[in-house]
Design a protein around this ligand. Sequence first.
Ligand code: PLP
Length: 397
Amino acid sequence: MADAKPLYDTYNRVPIVFERGHGVWLETPEGERYLDFAAGIAVNSLGHTHPHLVEALKAQADRVWHLSNVHEIPGQSRMAERLTEATFADKVFFTNSGAEALECAIKTARRHFHVKGQPDRYRIVTFEGAFHGRTLATIAAGGQSKYLEGFGPKVEGFDQVPFGDIQALKAAITDSTAAILVEPVQGEGGIRPLSNEQLRELRTLCDRNGILMILDEVQSGVGRTGKLFAHEWAGIEPDIMAVAKGIGGGFPFGACLATANAADGMTLGTHGTTYGGNPLAMAVGNAVLDIILDEGFLTHVNDVALVLRQGLASLKDRYPDLISEVRGTGLMLGIKCAKSNADLVQAMRNEHLLAVPAGDNVVRLLPPLIVTAEEAREAISRTEAALDLLSRSGTAN
Ligand SMILES: *Cc1c(COP(=O)(O)O)cnc(C)c1O
């Protein structure tokens, strides 16, 4: 593509242009329709151009677009009140992205021990396969060499242990450990969930060692797994949590949530942002909450998830040579491939179904949460067509 030249070459782009979207569907300028089970990687939680979100954004656009955080910003307190009421948190800091929400989470944990007179307690333990963003601190937290290579010294203070290995984690905790940081369900890592039992063990471990539990729910949060936040399935509460993606429904929006105790070091002047909590973002975020917090919404997510899950399970039975496992919770599902996940994503795209590749040879299905049972069945039949073609081209070789 000629017009791609002036752009950084950091993305391997799919050669399809989408001009408009509605609900779970995207459309090319030629009018070809695609079923969107990628949702901008779990961002378009309410699908494309949801009327309630469009109305909220347009109404705010006519009032005021931007104000510095030296002013009270319309919608910020309301958004924060609703988030704290619905979660473990007492305090919220708004950002523009997931990585910034994680930066705030990391800074919050470090400052907590700083003001407690333990400035040497700043290290954070994370799991291998994690993904926390692409800033210098979050690539250090994620620990993946493919993202760290060539960017100079890795930010100090992150210790990694094998995924889900509680014994290794115990051994990694020292007097300089401030927190554990994990995704309840690894997204980029390949829809790898921690069990409820493991999450509870982590909580106990944090309590016993007097350290903070930070959850990265940037991908798993905001209804994605069928609870408002994935950790609720385990009946635990973190001290700090990073949120983004689905909470903005497509508008750049992140948040760091914390208990009053964990956030006690984040005093006047210790942190800030120009755009975080911007009036446009707040208008859209509050509109997203209007729908997701509505009674019955999560029941819908769980009902459709069951249809999708069962459909995938039957595909696994019929194509054992191509699918080795179906995993995940709610509408955060992963197909672990026996052959190449890239080939399956491509074959699905040929059937006009969008999905997302992930680590561990997985294909992720992350549809908008408003997806209907009928659309879920349509996705299954398109996936079946893709698998069928792959299995026949497999035997031809
Ligand atoms: C996407 C993602 C991030 C980073 O979010 P950005 O908005 O891209 O900075 C962090 N953590 C998890 C779990 C994610 O899925």
